[in-house]
Each structure stands twice: as structure tokens, then as C-alpha cells.
Design a protein. Structure first.
Length: 134
């Protein structure tokens, strides 16, 4: 089970990239999101989010039990969930407008950059929650 949780928490080892693992995790989410949206539409994309959150929570809990650090940098499944949330308005807009998700490419860039900005900055209560070890 430890190897399964490790693979999920680190996004199949992508989190072990030495430079900016969170950014790589966010980038890897983009094609995953596109595939799910193309295959299952907005409803499927919305259904996938709680599954990602629950699976990510379990994997992170299991993986970090063996670490002193409660938030090791290689754990990037949270980037998948966060980037997914940042992309949902884009998917909803594309669905509402009857447009291709890819036609809204500036939104992809904005969602990616804004998510990375706020994930790195961690304003106010987010920073407080991130520092907690429980």
C-alpha cells in the first residue's frame, strides 16, 4: 500500500523532480483535466474532483506517516486538486458557451499562472493552515 500511496501523492514520482515540483504537478494536471473534460464533460469533471481530493488525502496521509515533515515537497497531489479547481470555471464557461475548451486557451494560461501565484504566496489563512502540523 505504501508504494500506491507514494505514486499517488507524488503523481507517479513527478514530485521527485528537484526543481519546482509543484509547478510540474500543476502542468501535468492540464492534459489530465482536458482528457477528463473531453471524455466526460463538465459533470464528469466535477465528479472527478471529490475523487481526487479523497484519493489525495488518503495518499498524503499514508505517505507522510513515514516522514517527519508533514508536507514534503515531493507530495504534489494537492497541486492536482488545486489546479483542477482553478480550471473548473474555464470548463463551466466552455460548456455554457458551447465552445471548445481549447478555444479558451488564454484561460488555461491565466488559471495556471494564478494558481501557481497563490499556491506559492499562500495568503493569510492559507499560510497559517499550511504551517500546521496536525
Amino acid at each position: 500500500m505504501q508504494s500506491i500511496s507514494r505514486n499517488i501523492a507524488t503523481l507517479m514520482g513527478l514530485g521527485f523532480i528537484g526543481f519546482a515540483p509543484g509547478t510540474w504537478g500543476s502542468l501535468a494536471t492540464l492534459p489530465l483535466f482536458a482528457v477528463i473534460f473531453q471524455a466526460a464533460g463538465l459533470a464528469g469533471t466535477l465528479i472527478a474532483l471529490p475523487l481526487i481530493l479523497c484519493l489525495g488525502w488518503w495518499a498524503t496521509q499514508s505517505y507522510t506517516q513515514l516522514h517527519k515533515n508533514h508536507d514534503p515537497s515531493e507530495v504534489i497531489i494537492d497541486e492536482v486538486a488545486g489546479q483542477w479547481i482553478a480550471l473548473l470555471p474555464l470548463a463551466a464557461g466552455a460548456t455554457h458557451a458551447g465552445a471548445s475548451l481549447f478555444a479558451l486557451w488564454p484561460g488555461w494560461i491565466a488559471a495556471f499562472l494564478l494558481f501557481r501565484f497563490f499556491d506559492i504566496w499562500k495568503p493569510s489563512i492559507i499560510s497559517w493552515a499550511d504551517r500546521r502540523s496536525d
